[in-house]
Structure formats: structure tokens, C-alpha cells
Design a protein. Structure first.
Lengths: 334, 334
DNA sequence: CTGAAAGCGCTTACAG
DNA sequence: CTGAAAGCGCTTACAG
């Protein structure tokens, strides 16, 4: 089909492209009523719809942003994206979703392609592996917001959970219930991924605050696939922990699997608290005590920061780190 | 910052825009080696990156597709999107994600905006409420693929679960285990959403095949919020069902909650099979027998169909419905 | 109140 | 092997 353009509309309405464009952009200030009507009719009749790519080229704004998460399959990411999409939708922005899979090379490709597509800004769960690129974006004052993770020496608005607090809440809860042998299991700490690092450090600090010893044997960092084995080791220590903090939902799954396979009773044999309020927490047996992340609020905040930044067109903007409060969902696994 | 354009590169490399463009598009056929080198150097030095919006305007292809799901928070949608994104990434396409929330008005807005943005094609979980729009797209031979749901009288490539088979597998399994009083719970059937309608009809057919009566009291259709109440009614029937098929994960949640609150033992008091292989199926107590949807395969297929359609540039293409096989995950809740 | 003209940054016949 | 020119479909000063 031949596409109908603004020229066609202009011809049909017996006016000029300029006037039609004014109409489209709702600048009716000086438009005669009958001109307006003719244009309206022509648009209707021709089934005209503006080509936003052309507009974007001229206006240097595509009204779309990019969101680069680690993996959309993680429910936290899904919720964040949902919140971002909702916020963007209200402001007539669209969102392109990318999965970086914790791979800096993939992240780099995405950032470069998104920029080439003239996306107005990017929200990223940074891999941390592209420091020079991040710096370049910032030096060009390209709108950028980090979420879930921060990157050393990169000065950009960042939205984070108060991870130390999350760990502290869990430890406090364990202690309150009477536990003093408390362990933590985290996915690999190697890449220095913010939530993991901070939660572990918060865990240690909280232990100290309670005058409890920080035993390295009680702190397990392992790939998800190895957690079962590491857990086994930990629980077969001469003095095993009686309570375990699961750093996130994936770790919690492994602990629950292990407990089931080894017929461990929760919380009698081992108490458990998980960070991430998993979908089944309320009807699992026992009901699972969790610490929820305000994922929607965090996504919304990130979107808000980004769109404000875009709107403010490179004028000096303050850079901050925004910490969100985790929330204890007290149930029965501790 | 001033953007650097192809003209800057041309000037710097002492050649013309045309030649630089040839270079960018890797049409080296007739390019002298030193020209090539000069261009390369200029690009490097200026930090040039092409403006894809300009290219898109000229080439009438944005290398971007739109995906409109009901709600990205549903794990099935998330998996489908992941598969689509992976496939698109391989072909250098980007994907814009939209949530229609089963709202035809919202769907309409998205479709129109995506088209205005000159997106090369759309994959949709159609609400079913915009028949005229769908028809219009098709008549313009705009690349479109439906997923999860089909729409009457709309002839477009559609990727679906074999829903009847999913229900049949569940019923067969119940019967095999010795159950003959089998119920089904589904979210509201009112909107005629394909998977619900087809699973219920598959359920009835399967019952008949086994010579079992189809009792209306055993078929509950209710909003998620009302399921607890309806379940209570059903289980207090003079002759209540002893096995229940949960139409999807959300329904399963409600059943599990109910069972927990009323201390019903699964499968002793009530056997359960759920369609959708929920994350905790393998370590719930009891382990949950489920029927998995091949979400990744389905997403990949949809992406493949769409990109082929885009590549084939409006030439006649066959239209089909692609049914994917559900898979029984035999565990212990039946 | 409206129109002609230039320009956004590319690509693509076409000529040489 | 390379360049000048037209054009993709808009928007935006500017002139009148």
C-alpha cells in the first residue's frame, strides 16, 4: 500500500504541509476553524497517521527508552519493567527491553545499538563491566539511570534496595526468635554484584551488632548449581547453623529443595528467611518469612528519574543514590 | 555535545557522504583500500556512530518489533518475551514491550502508536476486542502474529498451546489414578479468552471419552478473587469432586491457599493438577503434578514467523495456526 | 492566519 | 572506483 503522508493531507485539505503539521502538534493558536475542520476531514478520509520516525529525526527525540536488565526471567526484573512501562505509558514513551545476561559484551552491544537508535535514555541493571562506556555516556550527559546495582566511581542516579538493612532485618528477626547460629547463602560474590555484596556485608554487621561471631563457615557463596552441595557441607559442620538467610529467591529455592529432599523440618531443624517475597510464600508449608523488595516503587522511581532527566535537557541535575526500604513479611519459617 | 554525522566523517576522510554510506553498509565492492582505511580512521577519530533513525526513515524499516502481552507479570508472558528477545537479538532486532491488560482500548492505542513508530511488525496476545483494527492491519499486509489467543475470523499466523490436549492429559491422568469425580476451575470465561475456553472444552471432551458425566457443578468459572468462595461451594456439594484441574497458575495458587487454610491434604482429600509448571512445583509438599507449556518454543516460533514475514516483504505467505504440545510433569499431587 | 523553504541524517540510483 | 543530487516525511523559523 502507498503510505499517505502529510503532503497528501495538505493537498486534500487545500492547505500547506506546515499548517497540517501545526494541526498535528495541536498548535491551534492562529488556525481558522474551517482550516482545522478541513484538515480533520482529510486525515479521517485518507486514514493518515503521522510517521514518527520522520518526526524523531527532526526533533531528535524518539519518545522511547531502553531498559537493560540482567534477565527478564527474574521476577524482580519483571516487576521493575512493569512499573517502568506503566510510568512511560503515562508519558507516551515506549520501552525497549534487553537482557544483558550479566555479559558486559552483550551489554555494550545493546547500549551502542540503543544509542544508535536514538533512544532518549537508558535504565540499566549494569553488569559493571563497561566502566569506560558508562563514563562516556555520562560525559555526553546522556540520560542514564542505574537500578539494582551501582558501579564504583560512576556518578549517575542509582536506585537500590537498602540491602544492608534487608540483611539486618533478617538477622534481627532470627535473633529475636532466639537463634544465634545464623548462616547466609549467596550466589557467587565474584562479580561484585551490588545486592549480593551489600547483603552479605549487612549480614556481618548485624551479627556484630548483636555481639555474635562472624564465622566464615557460615557464609557460603556458590553458583546456584553448587548450592545443594555447599549447603550439605555447611549443615554437616560440627556446629551447624540453625538458621539460614537466603540471599534471593533462587537461593531460597535451593534451600527448600534441599530441606525437602533431606526431610528437614522448617523451622524446627533449620529456620529460613528469604529476601524476595516469592509468590508461594503465603501458602507454602510452613509459610515462608520473607523480606520483600518494593520492586514497583523502585521501577517507578527509576522511570521518573530518567524522564525528568530527559525533560530537563542536559541542564545540571543532581546525582543521587536512592535507597528503598525492604519490608519484613513475618510468617512461619523463622 | 554536537552530534557527528556522516558529512563530518566524509569531510574528515576526504571523500563523499555516498562513499561513507557504502562503507557503513559494507558494500566494499568497488572501494579502494586506502579510501576504506581513511574512512575507518575518521570514524574512529570522530567517534562516529550512525543515526539509525535517519536510516530507518529512508529504508522504511526500523529493525524493531512490538510485543503486546496481556501482562508481563504472568510468567508465561515473561518466558515468551525472553524467547522473542533472544531470537530478535540474533537478527539485530529490538523489541518494544507493551502491556494491554486485557483492555481493548489500551491495545488499540499501542497498536496505533507502534505503527506510527514504524515498527516492522507486531506480536500480540490479542484482547480480541479490536477486530476491525486487526483486519485493517492484515488488509495492509502488515506483519502480525498472534500468540496464546486466537481471534475468530481473523486470518493471521497464530501460535497456541494445544489447549484441549492439555486438559485431556490432566483428565487422563486423574482417571488413570482412579478418580472419576473431577472438577475444573477457570478464571472468568466471559471474555472468551482462547486458552480458557479451549481447556474447558477439552476437559469436557476428555470426560466424555472416558464415559464420565459432565456435571456443570464441577465446572467453576470465576474471577480470581472469587475462587476461594466458589471452591468452598464446590467442595461442599453433596457429592464433591475429589480431583481438580487448575486452569492456570493463578488458579492453582488459589486452590493451594484454600487447601492450606482448610487443612485439606493433597492428594488424599483432593487431588490437583495445574496447567503451567510453577517454579515451586518440584519442592512443594506434595510435589505438584503440572502440565507445562513450552513457552520458549512458542515465543521463538512467533518471532520466527514474524521475522520471516517481514523479510518476505508482503509477498503471499501462508497463514497457519501452530499448536504446541503441553507436557505432563508427573509428580505427587495426583 | 498560512505557506515556501530549509533541514534533520541518512541511502540510493545514476552519472562519470 | 567515487561524487552530486534527490528524497525519506516530518518540523520550524520566517516572511507575509
Amino acid at each position: 500500500m502507498k503510505t499517505v503522508t502529510i503532503s497528501d493531507v495538505a493537498r486534500h485539505a487545500q492547505t500547506s504541509k506546515s499548517t497540517v503539521s501545526q494541526f498535528l502538534n495541536k498548535r491551534y493558536d492562529y488556525m481558522r476553524d474551517d482550516t482545522k475542520k478541513r484538515i480533520e476531514a482529510a486525515i479521517e478520509e485518507l486514514g493518515y497517521s503521522p510517521n514518527i520516525v520522520a518526526r524523531s529525526l527532526k526533533q531528535k527525540s524518539t519518545k522511547t527508552i531502553g531498559v537493560i536488565v540482567a534477565n527478564i526471567l527474574h521476577v524482580f526484573s519483571t516487576q521493575v519493567i512493569r512499573a517502568i512501562e506503566d510510568f512511560c505509558n503515562d508519558s507516551n514513551y515506549h520501552v525497549i527491553v534487553c537482557n544483558a545476561d550479566d555479559d558486559p559484551a552483550k551489554e555494550k552491544r545493546y547500549i551502542e545499538m540503543l544509542r544508535a537508535k536514538q533512544v532518549d535514555g537508558i535504565i540499566a541493571f549494569p553488569t559493571g563491566g563497561n566502566v569506560d562506556l558508562y563514563k562516556k555516556l555520562i560525559s555526553e550527559s546522556y540520560p542514564l539511570v542505574f537500578l539494582d546495582r551501582k558501579v564504583q566511581e560512576i556518578s549517575v542516579n542509582t536506585v537500590l534496595l537498602d540491602n544492608e538493612k534487608a540483611a539486618k532485618i533478617a538477622v534481627d528477626e532470627f535473633v529475636k526468635t532466639g537463634y544465634d547460629k545464623i548462616g547466609i547463602i549467596t550466589p557467587s560474590l565474584e562479580k561484585g554484584i551490588t545486592p549480593r555484596v551489600e547483603r552479605v556485608s549487612g549480614f556481618k554487621k548485624a551479627l556484630e551488632e548483636h555481639g555474635l561471631p562472624v564465622k566464615p563457615e557460615y557464609i557460603v557463596s556458590a553458583k546456584i548449581a553448587d548450592i545443594q552441595r555447599e549447603l550439605e557441607k555447611m549443615l554437616n559442620l560440627p556446629e551447624p547453623p540453625k538458621a539460614i538467610l537466603a540471599l534471593n529467591d533462587r537461593v531460597l529455592f535451593e534451600i527448600l529443595k534441599y530441606a525437602k529432599e533431606h526431610s528437614l523440618k522448617i523451622p524446627e531443624d533449620i529456620a529460613v528467611i528469604g529476601i524476595d517475597d516469592v509468590s508461594f510464600a503465603g501458602f507454602y508449608s510452613p509459610e515462608l518469612t520473607t523480606i520483600a523488595q518494593p520492586a514497583f516503587d523502585m521501577g517507578k522511581k527509576a522511570a521518573e528519574l530518567l524522564l525528568n532527566r530527559i525533560a530537563s535537557k542536559g541542564s545540571e541535575v543532581e546525582v543521587n543514590t536512592f535507597r528503598f526500604d525492604p519490608q519484613l513479611k513475618k510468617r512461619s519459617s523463622c
